[in-house]
Design a protein around this ligand. Structure first.
Ligand SMILES: *[C@@H]1O[C@H](CO)[C@@H](O)[C@H](O)[C@H]1NC(C)=O
Ligand SMILES: *[C@@H]1O[C@H](CO)[C@@H](O)[C@H](O)[C@H]1NC(C)=O
Length: 281
């Protein structure tokens, strides 16, 4: 029997690759469920502390480039792998697929859990951290998300999406607007994303951390206000098919799953039945 398909994990903000009570535990769970599987939990930096800090302060375009390199060089991933992103790790892994999918082993399924594909507007509970960094982050975002130096030095600014000022977002968001093909259309992004077998998005119905929660399914506020939400299918991005998502949807490659409960709350049983057995085996 062939070896199981390897799995690459990218953690969320305020988390690290390997702590036993978070992603380390998830890795162990995968290894138990899929005997012999190779699981790479990405660590951004040279230590757990650096990994945590880089989740706030290392420019995502740089993080994505680093990860592209790591994946391209890993001999165990050459025949392809599945990728699972948590929270902000979701959009970062999607960026990896789009920007260097042609340079790394084929990515079969991309699973994003509580990702912010259309960015965020507001950080209600500041990712559950009552912490100085958190206040600093919130203040910076309110005042200066699109200043170039903030884009370069604060990760969350790069997926800040102000629906009241869509033009500035498109012009100045150096990460998210770029990977969503809002600034220009990069055909490499379209082609690489379309090479996936499935793009699975998990949304948390009672998410108190990601605003709006519909961003987890690629929805967002309609431009010009911050109440009415447009689903992916109602958005210009989809209708004009700038990123190829309409085609992927028509081909049955987009999978929308939802879970009751708050950010990243799911059980092993649920994951096993709905994702592992369907897409990871
Ligand atoms: C499109 O994306 C690829 C992969 O990231 C990059 O090499 C290329 O320069 C981009 N093209 C344009 C026109 O931006
Ligand atoms: C969770 O969200 C669902 C769907 O939006 C809603 O019907 C339900 O009342 C919410 N539950 C709680 C405890 O807020």
């Amino acid at each position: 029997m062939a070896d199981p398909t390897p799995i690459v994990l990218w953690h969320g903000m305020g988390d690290t690759c390997c702590l036993v009570f978070s992603l380390g535990m998830f890795k162990t769970y995968l290894e138990k469920q899929i005997p012999g599987v190779y699981v790479l939990s990405l660590r951004i930096g040279n230590s757990a502390i650096e990994d945590l800090e880089n989740g706030y302060f290392m420019y995502p375009n740089k993080q994505v480039e680093t990860v592209c390199d790591v994946l391209a060089k890993d001999p165990k991933l050459q025949d392809g792998f599945n990728a699972i992103g948590f929270s902000q790790g979701s959009q970062f892994l999607r960026a990896v697929v789009q920007r260097c999918g042609h340079k790394v082993g084929p990515v079969k399924n991309l699973v994003t859990i509580g990702g912010q594909h259309q960015g965020v507007y507001g950080i209600p509970h500041c990712f559950a951290l009552q912490h100085e960094t958190c206040d600093y982050v919130r203040k910076l975002l309110n005042y200066a998300a699109y200043y170039s130096w903030v884009q370069k030095s604060l990760v969350q600014a790069t997926y800040w999406h102000d629906p009241l000022d869509d033009a500035t977002y498109k012009k100045s968001s150096e990460f998210l607007a770029d990977i969503n093909n809002e600034r220009k259309i990069n055909q490499t992004y379209v082609q690489n994303l379309n090479r996936l077998d499935h793009f699975i998005m998990v949304k948390f119905e009672n998410d108190s951390i990601v605003q709006p929660k519909e961003t987890e399914w690629f929805g967002f506020y309609a431009p010009g206000q911050a109440e009415e939400i447009l689903s992916l299918q109602q958005s210009e991005l989809y209708k004009m098919d700038r990123l190829g998502l309409k085609k992927m949807d028509e081909d049955g490659k987009l999978v929308f799953l939802s879970q009751p409960g708050d950010h990243l709350r799911f059980t092993e049983e649920w994951f096993t039945e709905n994702i592992l057995k369907r897409y990871l085996l």
